[in-house]
Design a protein. Structure first.
Length: 215
């Protein structure tokens, strides 16, 4: 198994320095990772530094809380695509899930999907904050809203565990029959955990430990 082709090499911390991004891009090319995942401001930098490679540029929208207005999330996605993003990872509105306002959740995703202009859209569920029933229902809504992936976590929940095999398996069971894929992210720091996620049904791995996993 070529683990590098599952990995989105990730740098989303708010105090990341310019040289850390350059290092991220160099590592992505060195280890032949599937992609990099950076905050929207750094999409242009990724595009500049990954020119000529097949490394995908992934960015985040409504990150990390998902509580932005839908039109703001859509605008953010539109700008990211214009800057060179290949894929968009949006954070679902967890508050609206808790309120069972599923119509809002669906329209929120649809607004961003439209703004993606054909680029792949992943929806971050933030599974640490959801019950199993809420995870299942959120997955169903993602199918209805024509997302391309469901994703487990932002990695920004205080004391959160991040990706769990049981949640990845549940997500995969619901979305894969409809052609959607699954991204496991947060807390994937070694090869053992990476393989566990793939075995549970993950098609992608979001991790800042990609080099350690494949080395």
């Amino acid at each position: 198994m070529e683990l590098s082709k599952y990995i989105e090499h990730t740098l989303l911390k708010q105090d990341a320095k310019h040289e850390e991004f350059l290092k991220l891009f160099d590592e992505a090319k060195k280890y032949n990772f599937l992609g990099v995942c950076v905050n929207p401001l750094y999409v242009y930098l990724a595009k500049e530094n990954l020119k000529g490679s097949d490394v995908k540029i992934v960015t985040v929208v409504g990150f990390p809380l998902g509580a932005n207005r839908s039109d703001v999330k859509a605008f953010e996605a539109e700008k990211a695509v214009a800057d060179g993003a290949d894929e968009i990872d949006m954070v679902i509105n967890v508050s609206k899930i808790k309120d069972k306002d599923w119509e809002f959740v669906k329209k929120d995703i649809e607004a961003v999907k439209k703004a993606c202009q054909g680029k792949a859209l992943k929806v971050i569920l933030e599974t640490d904050l959801l019950s199993k029933d809420e995870i299942a229902k959120a997955c169903e809504i993602c199918v209805e809203a024509h997302a391309d992936f469901v994703k487990s976590s932002t990695g920004f929940v205080k004391n959160g565990e991040g990706a769990k095999a049981e949640d990845i398996a549940l997500m995969a069971k619901i979305v894969k029959p409809h052609g959607l894929r699954v991204k496991a992210s947060a807390g994937i720091r070694d090869r053992e955990k990476a393989l566990l996620m793939i075995e549970a049904g993950a098609d992608r791995l979001g991790t800042s430990s990609g080099c350690a996993i494949v080395a």
